[in-house]
Structure formats: structure tokens, C-alpha cells
Design a protein around this ligand. Sequence first.
Ligand code: NAP
Length: 502
Amino acid sequence: MCSERAGTPLIHSLERARSLRVAVIGAGMAGILAVIRLRESGITDVTCFEKADDLGGTWRENTYPGIACDVPSHVYSYSFAPNPDFSRMFSPGGEIHEYLRQVATDHGVLDVVRFGEEVLTMSYADQGWSVVTTSGVQGRFDVVIAATGVLHHPRFPDIDGLDTFEGKIFHSARWDHSVELTGRRVGVIGTGSTAVQITGAVIDDVARLSLFQRTPQWIMPVDNQPIAAEQRTAFREDPERLRELREFLERSFAENFADAVVDADSEALAKIEAICRTHLEMQVSDPELRHRLTPDYRAACKRLVVSGDFYDAIQRPNAVLVTDPIDRIEPGGIRTVDGTLHELDVIVLATGFHVDKFVRPIALVGPDGRSLEEAWASGPTAYLSVAIPGFPNLFLLNGPNGPVGNFSLIQVAELQMDYILQLVELLRDGRATTVEARADATAAFEADRIEAARGTVWVTGCNSWYLDAHGVPAAWPWKFQRFRDVMAAPDLSAFELQGGTT
Ligand code: NAP
């Protein structure tokens, strides 16, 4: 059911095909996809290394109360595995994890996943990658696909006294489910998507919730009602309806959001801003609280937070919005610079992630002895976010400077995988033994990208995880259609092909 790939002439004659040994790193959403698509294309020698003991990536790691995806589920799902049974338009994280598990099981992915095997080093020589994992040498692979994720290195805040707290303290991505929140005084540091979801989810249970806000957020309202059983039955019985819904959501997500954020002057962005402002004005009645919740930057400059219950939650009698900056953490709680000690039993660090790691901490060395660390000394870059000069036959899914903030990452990974498979096919059919992005093509792409980023909303005056160390948005600054177009077929003049026999 997965093989309808319009316009991708992937498979030449199977008799001509050289057999390739391929490693996939990571069994999250993108790694599962890579295994499925590689095998569909006829490559049978595929091994997927997964550091954890379960698949699911971000959906395995993030289990905090209220977790959901802010992209509609019928778009945040594989095009080849539509799911009529999503319970809501924005389904809870556990359901997405279950969906990924089901797709992996249905496609036999688990047969090739080596759980508990973290890749430690990779070095390239004699047209192959030597891979070493926690259990030792794994031999050589012709091709490696790194599906290592983006948001999974927790960022712990640099706050004095973090270690002195006598209650329970943990990062949102390392939720400690043994800690009871009911009736406790809970502090949440941060106001990103994570903190906002946690706030809405725990407010009914906790004795007091203190939300430590350094920067207010614009919040796009959503009415995330359950999808009625009759509707789910209708999707099941008539897959065409589900396909139409997906197409509609994809189109409207692209037009109303993805294309808006890359054009700071667009009408669509003005509409988003108006919706967020009206949401705040309608939902928060106290002018003083409203003032403290009002950002001084444009909506969607930071990653837009989506929530239907945050404003209600933060106005509850047991909620406290703390806007005085944090001075330090003490055994009894968090002291703010005004001298107040906010006494707490539990502190949740919803302080985000180090977003520029990508394949690292794997120690990766290319054929000329240059490490990835050296290649990325001034920040991670990759040609169209999928291939890195100096590192042949290595491809990235959801790599640096791709469309992290604008589209469904599953859709992005699918388009990238189709593109990568066309490059892998050059290796299979003997046109090359190595495929490597050219440095000049990568530099030209980067220059265009940086120039285009000047027109996006991300540079209109806020601090966010989209901005790299140079203040440039580490993202795709063009419309979605452009991404589709460039991913449709590789421009081979951007690649160095070596060792071909045909
Ligand atoms: P985030 O957006 O990076 O937010 C981190 C928050 O912590 C910010 O409010 C930041 O304040 C605050 N913070 C960091 N260090 C601090 C310090 N020392 N003192 C006080 N506050 C501090 O992280 P996130 O909320 O985990 O979300 C990350 C991304 O994951 C999202 O943007 C989204 O792409 C994805 N995500 C998606 C969903 C969803 O699908 N709904 C849910 C969760 C996460 P400043 O703003 O002042 O820096």
C-alpha cells in the first residue's frame, strides 16, 4: 500500500541493482519511515540502530501531562498510513506513539531495529562507513541515514542553586511519573509549547501552580474536541474522505501558517496576529494579568503556541503567573529578584532543548579525517538539509536548517526520503560509488537561505530557538511548494559523484 510515489523513478531493473548495506540511525518517526521506504525500494540489508529500548523518538521521550502535537494528526501522520482512529484533531502524544508503533509493526520495521544500541562513532574509508555502537563494532555500511531527531537534548537552565532544591525537580522531557502532583505546590519554568500544555493539564489537580514566565507567548486558540465515533467510522469505511481531509488540512496549514511565517508582510500573518490578540483580549479579563501576558514581539516570531485551555488555566484561583525574574533556586523553592520565595514541592523545567546537535554526539569522521564537529564549528549546515560536503553517502532526515518550524515534520521527512532514495539509487545502479554534496552548492544554498530569512517573521524582534548562534533562523525560509519542488528530484550538479561504472 506504500508504493504509490508519483514521479519518483526510483527503481531501475532489480537485476542491475548493486546490493547495498544501509544503516539507519534512530527509530523515531523519521527512522521508521527510512526503514520502510528503503525496503520498499528493494534494499533488503537494512539495520536500524536505536539507543533506547523502544521506538518513537520524541513521542517516547516526552510523556508530560497534556502532551499533544500542534500539527493536526491527519497531517502529522504518514501519507501511506492514514489513521481513521485519531481521537482528536490534535491527538495526545501517547496516541501518536501508539500510531508509530503500529505502523512499524505493520511494516515489519521491528525486525531490523537493534534496540539499546547507541551509535558512538562513524568513520568513512574505502567507500564505506564503519559504525561502532555501545555493543561494539558493527562492520561497514555503504550508506548511512541519520534520523537522529532535533528536539531531544534537554536544556537545563543555568540557575543558581538548581541542585539545592529539596523537593522533586526534573526536565519536562524526563518526566518523573513517580512524583505525585495532586495537592502539591508545583512550579513550572518556561512558557513554550510544553509549559503551556502542562499548565492546562495539571491545573485541576495541583494545590498551586506557579508559572515562571521570562517571556510571554502569543497563543493561537484551538478547539480540540474529540473526533466523534461516527466520523471515525466514516473515515474507516471510506478512505477517500480521510484523504480529502488530509489534503484540505495540508493545504490550509501551508497557506494559513507555513507560507505566512516566511513572509512577515503577508496578510495571512496579519490574520494570525489578529486571532492571537483577540484570543488574549477575549479570554483574559483582568487588564493587569492581560498586560503581563502580552508579548512585545509579533505573533509567530517565536514558535507559535497552540492552546485552547491555557488562558483559562492561568486565571484559576490556584494559578500564579510569576513575571519577576528568577534569582535562584533554594531548598524550599524558587526565589525571584524581588526577594519573594515561591515555596514549592515540585519544579518542572520546561526550558526546551539544545537544538543544534543533530547527529552529534556521535563522533563522525569523513574520508579526509575531518570530523563533523570541525565541519560544523560555526554551526550545522547541510545541502538542502540532507547532505553534508565531506561526508559521502551520509544523508540526514530533518537535518539542519530544514523546515522545522513550518510544516509537519513527517511530511518533511517523507519528501526528504524520496529525494535521498533517488541519490541512493545512483549507488545501486552503478552510476556512482559515492555521492557527496558539493561544498560550493552548499555554500550557495546557505547564502540564499540566509538572505531569504530576512523576510521571515522569525527575525522581527524576538529570541527563540529558531535563531542560531549568529542570529539567523535555522529553518527553511521559503514557501512549502518550493520545498516540494526541490525535493522532487535532486539537481545532480550539486553533488560530486565518484566511482561510477555505468
Ligand atoms: P521552548 O519553546 O524552547 O521554551 C522554553 C521556555 O523556557 C521558554 O519560555 C524560555 O523562555 C524558558 N526558559 C529557558 N531558560 C530559562 C531560564 N533560565 N529562566 C527562565 N525561563 C527559561 O521549549 P518547549 O516548550 O519544550 O518547546 C520546544 C519545541 O518543541 C516547541 O517550540 C515545539 O516545536 C516543540 N513542541 C511542540 C509541542 C506541540 O506539538 N504542541 C509541544 C511541546 C513542544 P524565553 O522564551 O524567555 O527564552
